[in-house]
Every structure is written in C-alpha cells, then in structure tokens.
Design a protein around this ligand. Structure first.
Ligand code: 5GP
Ligand code: ZN
Length: 116
C-alpha cells in the first residue's frame, strides 16, 4: 500500500490540500474535527499513512494504532469532555465505512447526540 492516495480525502487533509480543524498533529498521526459531527465533540484520528481500513492492518502498524488509542484520553480532556466518550472504527462496506482511509471516531460531550 502506498503512503498516500491522491484521490483520498483524508490524504488531501494530511497534505494540506483541503482544510480541516486540526486538534493534534505529529509525524505519524493527524486528528481533526469531523465535518458533520454527531456529538458536541466528534473528532477523527487518522494515521498519516494511507491505510485503507482495519482489514489492511499489518503487525508493523501496531505502534501507530496504539499511539492513536493512547492519545484519545488527553485530547478529549483538552476538548472539555469530562463524562466519558465513545470510540468507533467502521471497517469496510458492511461496517459502514464511507471514507476509505482508516480512521477512529471519538465522540463525547453531553447527550443527546445526533447519532450513536
Ligand atoms: P466513516 O463513515 O467512514 O466511518 O466516517 C467518515 C467520517 O468522515 C464522517 O463522519 C464524515 O462526516 C467525515 N468526513 C468526510 N469528509 C470529510 C472532510 O472532508 N473533512 C472532515 N473534517 N470530515 C470529513
Ligand atoms: Zn488516504
């Protein structure tokens, strides 16, 4: 799998070709607000590398996935989420994945939420 896909919307965000409200960026990971939030706080965590979905994850991706997971508590705290949150990864068509670049949703803030 190549490092980026020129037709992928999330690769375009990584490349700065389309704007996003960034929450966190480091050498491997980008985090930004979802354009169509379901909850008061709805962020997306992505590896900068173009991995299509969890189906494509290989052992060498474990460190970046672990780092994504471990970032969530700090980011949610910084965004003012104080009473819990939900993390979701949709995988493939039947899993409801619409953007084919692996991403983890994190939803938080007071309910009711639009979905979830
Ligand atoms: P999926 O259904 O693939 O798990 O979720 C994709 C998410 O990406 C959706 O919640 C959708 O609102 C979000 N999204 C799609 N295109 C863009 C975009 O260009 N910018 C941002 N910030 N979010 C996007
Ligand atoms: Zn991509």
């Amino acid at each position: 799998m190549s490092a980026s896909d020129p037709n992928c919307v999330f690769c375009k965000i990584v490349a700065g070709q389309i704007p996003a409200k960034k929450v966190h960026e480091d050498d491997e990971i980008l985090v930004f607000h979802d354009i169509n939030p379901w909850a008061p706080v709805h962020i997306l965590l992505i590896p900068k590398q173009h991995i299509v979905s969890m189906v494509d994850v290989r052992p060498e991706h474990a460190p970046v996935l672990g780092r994504m997971m471990a970032l969530v508590p700090q980011l949610m705290r910084d965004l003012g989420v104080t009473d819990g949150y939900r993390q979701v990864i949709n995988t493939g068509r039947d899993g409801g994945q619409e953007v084919m670049h692996l991403h983890m949703h994190a939803f938080g803030g007071p309910r009711p939420w639009k979905r979830g």
